[in-house]
Design a protein around this ligand. Structure first.
Ligand SMILES: Cc1cc2nc3c(=O)[nH]c(=O)nc-3n(C[C@H](O)[C@H](O)[C@H](O)COP(=O)(O)OP(=O)(O)OC[C@H]3O[C@@H](n4cnc5c(N)ncnc54)[C@H](O)[C@@H]3O)c2cc1C
Length: 271
């Protein structure tokens, strides 16, 4: 049972931050995690929906996405469908079921599902997060995810930006059903110049607490042609480096093997 006594709906960021200083008060975006968790300790929520943080626009060489933009908006956005082979739009679509996609926001999803497919796609595309509290700071999403609990004390995620470098990108996932969350997922991105891979980025989900960058596998491929033997080696290196958790969706051994298989498929599809 929820123990909610107050719902605030501020129209300015300053008011929202002030309200969040009160004890037992948390931010409310789509509210799907709050409803599912039924936290007894939460006495008040600060609804973020009137803060003007729902948008997807191109700005200063990046795509800027407001924190309260829903997964459905991401999945349907012409800007995101045209960026990096549409992997962010596809990741939003594969994140969860249709009903939840219309409710859940990008900010809430990155916080609630830091190893989920949306986080993975954004990490692979070098996304950055803007956090506003006593000051404003922008940092790489991959650094924000493991530190999010401490970074968000009295602060809010306001925006996610993705550079408009527009690499070639691919997405692979395995799930129990099409609307269930992926057990393991991989997003690979690179520029292919004269048959050689540059700026290789590979991120995986379902293999650690938060979206994970496969740095050693990236280095195996950087500046190389993507031939079968090299891709196989990169996949082997990534699988060697992960220590996935096991749960009812998939054992640790299954996840390790899927990391290898999906990485091989994702990188093969880049060329
Ligand atoms: C029935 C059900 C099925 C689900 N199935 C799946 C699934 O298949 N795959 C999957 O990946 N996930 C699944 N989820 C989880 C779901 O994806 C998350 O609950 C959802 O993405 C959270 O987004 P939200 O906008 O509703 O966040 P909320 O629930 O509103 O917030 C989540 C957390 O983030 C905080 N927060 C939100 N926005 C901000 C912000 N801008 N700044 C600071 N803090 C913020 C909130 O205070 C809260 O702690 C499921 C959830 C439910 C209830």
């Amino acid at each position: 049972m929820l123990n909610l006594q107050e719902i605030h709906k501020p129209t300015t960021l300053a008011d929202a931050l002030k309200l969040l200083q009160q004890p037992n008060t948390i931010a409310l975006a789509g509210g799907t995690q709050l409803l599912a968790d039924k936290r007894r300790d939460v006495r008040a929520v600060v609804d973020l929906s009137a803060l003007g943080l729902t948008y997807i626009r191109e700005h200063e060489g990046a795509v800027a996405i407001g924190a309260t933009t829903t997964l459905a908006m991401l999945a349907e956005s012409p800007i995101l469908r045209a960026l990096a082979n549409g992997v962010i739009a596809q990741a939003a679509h594969r994140s969860t079921s249709s009903i939840l996609r219309h409710q859940a926001t990008i900010g809430g999803t990155l916080i609630a599902e830091p190893a989920g497919i949306l986080a993975v796609a954004l990490v692979a595309l070098d996304a950055r997060v803007t956090i506003v509290g006593t000051d404003t700071r922008t940092m790489p999403l991959v650094e924000f995810l493991p530190a999010r609990a401490s970074l968000l004390r009295g602060a809010l995620v306001t925006e996610i930006t993705v550079p408009l470098t527009n690499p070639r990108a691919t997405i692979e996932s395995v799930a129990r059903t099409p609307s269930d969350k992926p057990i393991v997922c991989v997003v690979a991105a690179a520029r292919i110049e004269n048959g050689v891979a540059r700026a290789v980025r590979i991120a995986l989900g379902g293999v650690s607490e938060t979206a994970w960058r496969a740095h050693a596998a990236e280095q195996t491929l950087e500046g190389q042609s993507l031939d079968t033997a090299r891709i196989e080696e990169a996949a082997r290196v990534a699988a060697r480096d992960v220590s996935p958790p096991g749960d009812f969706r998939g054992s640790a051994e299954y996840r390790k093997e899927m990391a290898r298989v999906l990485l091989r498929r994702a990188v093969s599809a880049l060329s």
